[in-house]
Design a protein around this ligand. Structure first.
Ligand SMILES: NC(=[NH2+])NCCC[C@H](N)C(=O)O
Ligand SMILES: [Mn+2]
Ligand SMILES: [Mn+2]
Length: 301
């Protein structure tokens, strides 16, 4: 039987708006353990990493060496510890499920997942998260995790940020609808498999997700699935910090997660960017738990 180990990373260093640090509590309160149980997996909750409050920290402590990247030192500290938790979970034969927190925690997830293995990544997100300290329009590290893990620009050779076993040919982005100019260039130059909402409109979520999982999983030991809740339409998932209209529906999201399960290559997963201060009756957190259950095999019949 699969054991899923929940690891909370209650950060909001990487986002503009406060509140995603409450994500792990909201997602647990939203019924995560029960949902995963109904998917037929064993669940272990490792609790939350200790994360100092942003108010007690200086966002520019690393400037100017960090370029325009706020709270980079704090992010590095959390990601190092998260990478150890994720790596240790895999060594124990369980599947790590990270709870954000903002999307910068994906750096730690990817480093931990790709420490002793070759991995692919599927990024379910409205955004590409491929900015670097020199290209970011915001200075927010949640717009950079994929670039960091791939070692782009300033992240090249960074021991805490780059994921050694993550290869660019095994990266797929799904659901794009808000991509910055510099990110468009990176996607074109590096040839990432990237599916916009138009691709989903045209080809359907099943076809697109199957192709994304196949690309990410080709020739590697497993796939990391990063689920940013702003991937969904804000009507379905209002509790996120950077909502973008025109996202996937409730049904499309479930179908995609069922395909994640069917691909049988899931190595590690995370649920990020749930912001309870912007949510309605915890519905975004509850949706996150349901989608995780689908990804771990929950079916009606
Ligand atoms: N994980 C996220 N919600 N990322 C949003 C990123 C938005 C924008 N591309 C930026 O770099 O600031
Ligand atoms: Mn996003
Ligand atoms: Mn994101």
């Amino acid at each position: 039987m699969t054991t899923v180990r929940i690891i909370g990373a209650p950060t909001d260093y990487g986002a503009n708006r406060r509140g995603v640090d409450m994500g792990p509590s909201a997602i647990r309160y939203g019924g995560l353990a029960d949902q995963l149980g109904s998917a037929g997996v064993d669940v272990v909750d490792a609790g939350d990493l200790a994360v100092p409050r942003a108010e007690e920290r200086d966002p520019d402590a690393d400037a100017p060496s960090a370029g325009n990247a706020k709270f980079l030192r704090e992010t590095a500290d959390v990601c190092r510890r998260l990478a150890d938790e994720v790596g240790g979970t895999l060594t124990d034969g369980a599947v790590p499920l990270g709870l954000g927190g903002d999307h910068s925690i994906a750096i730690g997830s990817l480093v931990g997942s790709a420490r002793d293995a070759d991995v692919g990544a599927v990024w379910f997100d409205a955004h590409a998260d491929l900015n670097t300290p020199s290209t970011t329009p915001s200075g927010n590290v949640h717009g950079m995790p994929l670039a960091a893990a791939l070692g782009l620009d300033e992240f090249a050779g960074s021991e805490w940020a780059t994921a050694p076993g993550l290869s660019p040919e095994n990266v797929a982005l799904v659901g794009l609808r808000s991509v910055d100019e510099a990110e468009v260039e990176v996607i074109r130059d590096r040839g990432f498999a990237a599916y916009t909402m138009s691709d989903i409109d045209e080809r359907g979520i099943t076809d697109v997700t199957e192709e994304a999982m196949a690309t990410a999983g080709a020739g590697v030991d497993g796939v990391h699935v990063s689920l940013d809740l702003d991937w969904l339409d804000p009507k379905e998932a209002p509790g996120v910090g950077t909502p973008v209209r025109g996202g996937v529906t409730y049904r499309e999201a479930h179908r995609a997660m069922e395909i994640v399960d069917e691909a049988d290559s899931l190595r590690s997963m995370e649920l990020v960017e749930v912001n309870p201060t912007l949510d309605q009756h915890n519905e975004t957190a509850e949706l996150a738990t349901e989608l995780a259950a689908s990804a771990f095999g929950k079916r009606v019949l």
